[in-house]
Design a protein around this ligand. Structure first.
Ligand SMILES: Nc1ncnc2c1ncn2[C@@H]1O[C@H](COP(=O)(O)OP(=O)(O)O)[C@@H](O)[C@H]1O
Ligand SMILES: [Mg+2]
Length: 367
């Protein structure tokens, strides 16, 4: 069944351009600034879509990304040049999220996507063949199966490449001609596909992967790199987590659980302290566990807590609903991380005023 038949109401996870179709329409209507060739919105409107704002007609645009405005401006401006955009950062810093929203805002579609893995083949970046037709007709335009990149070149839109540095180097190099010459040769047909105006690429890469160095210098020169940081302050991270947990809870149709603010702050505090290796008051040094403890993980810890509380608890999010998931996120290595966690629990959580319920809940699941 196609999307139009079901409507987005039935979809488990609509694309950004579906979820925010209304906002994108209002932005396009309010936007009288110059648009780069084949862009749906001006760079200014794309930045407003990402960071949120109030339009002259009173429409509220929700913030999608919370972070430095300048970063988003650089990212958007890059897409209007002949250089591609590389979003770099540790896991859970919203690289994929920003890439999806940027494509939705710039070209109305976030679905021309190549998922990079060690098994990604050249066909995913260039083109493949429909073998039945190839055998029947020989090489022909009809037998050619375009990659998302080729389709984006045709349409003059954005292609997304996720986890670029996980792709084997020789396959990555297929992008060099595409990005430098803006053309994709098809020697079998003696032709080429030349990119229409508006074509560009947004890639993401994880700087915890050995990865980045594997990006050849030839390819690296074709990208402008924007590093997405972890949220600067606890308040900022609490705001991000609160908003996403609400949205996810609504999308999953979890029964509403009132005022989870205390638990959100607590989970964020625990994650930030363990991540940075020092308590929020700066008094106690801590060991960090091997886990990333990203904002994205805090979001999923709280979402599972909400589901527990809504279905099996008393409808209020309590320490006992999140303790299990916090533990699961922190302890990836059952030996070393368990030691780090126990030290943190006894030295910090136990002593902290107002945290005795959390301490008890954590002790119970950790026994
Ligand atoms: N600064 C931020 N602003 C808004 N959302 C964020 C931010 N940081 C993390 N998130 C949330 O974290 C989740 C996961 O991000 P994702 O894009 O998958 O991370 P990455 O690709 O960097 O590993 C998303 O749901 C996103 O909403
Ligand atoms: Mg990602």
């Amino acid at each position: 069944m196609t999307t139009t038949e079901t409507g987005t109401g039935e979809l488990l996870r609509p694309h950004a351009e579906q979820t925010f179709a209304e906002e994108l329409r209002a932005l396009a209507a309010a936007d009288d600034r110059p648009r780069p060739p084949s862009w749906r919105l001006s760079p200014w409107a794309v930045v407003t879509y990402l960071l949120g704002g109030i339009l002259p007609d009173g429409t509220a645009v929700t913030p999608k990304y919370v972070g430095p405005r300048r970063l988003v401006e650089v990212a958007v401006a890059t897409l209007a040049t002949d250089r591609a955009l590389l979003l770099l950062g540790v896991p859970g810093t919203a690289k994929t999220w920003v890439s999806e929203h940027l494509s939705a805002a710039v070209c109305g579609s976030s679905t021309l996507l190549v998922q990079g893995t060690s098994g990604t083949a050249e066909e995913a970046i260039r083109y493949g063949w429909n073998y039945a037709r190839l055998l029947a007709e020989g090489p022909s335009t009809g037998a050619l199966v375009p990659s998302p990149v080729m389709t984006a070149m045709h349409r003059g839109s954005l292609a997304r490449i996720e986890e670029l540095t996980r792709i084997p180097s020789d396959v990555q190099d297929a992008l060099i001609t595409v990005l430098s010459e803006k053309t994709l040769p098809v020697p079998e047909l003696g032709t080429e596909v030349q990119a229409a105006k508006g074509f560009n690429v947004i890639a993401t890469a994880n700087d915890r992967d050995r990865g980045v160095n594997e990006l050849s210098s030839a390819l690296r020169r074709r990208f402008n790199t924007v590093v997405l940081p972890l949220p600067a302050t606890e308040d900022e991270e609490v705001a991000i987590v609160t908003r996403r947990v609400e949205q996810l809870g609504a999308a999953l149709e979890l029964p509403a659980v009132p005022a989870a603010a205390d638990e959100v702050r607590r989970v964020v505090r625990v994650f930030r302290e363990l991540r940075s290796g020092i308590t929020a008051d700066g008094r106690t040094k801590l060991k960090s566990p091997s886990a990333t403890l990203s904002t994205a993980e805090a979001i999923s810890v709280l979402t599972s807590g909400l589901a527990l509380s809504a279905h099996f608890g008393d409808g209020v999010l309590r320490a006992a609903d999140v303790a299990g998931a916090v533990l699961g996120a922190v302890i990836k290595d059952p030996v070393a991380d368990a030691v780090v966690w126990t030290e943190y629990l006894e030295a910090v959580v136990r002593e902290r005023e107002g945290w005795s319920d959390f301490y008890r809940a954590c002790r119970e699941v950790h026994e």
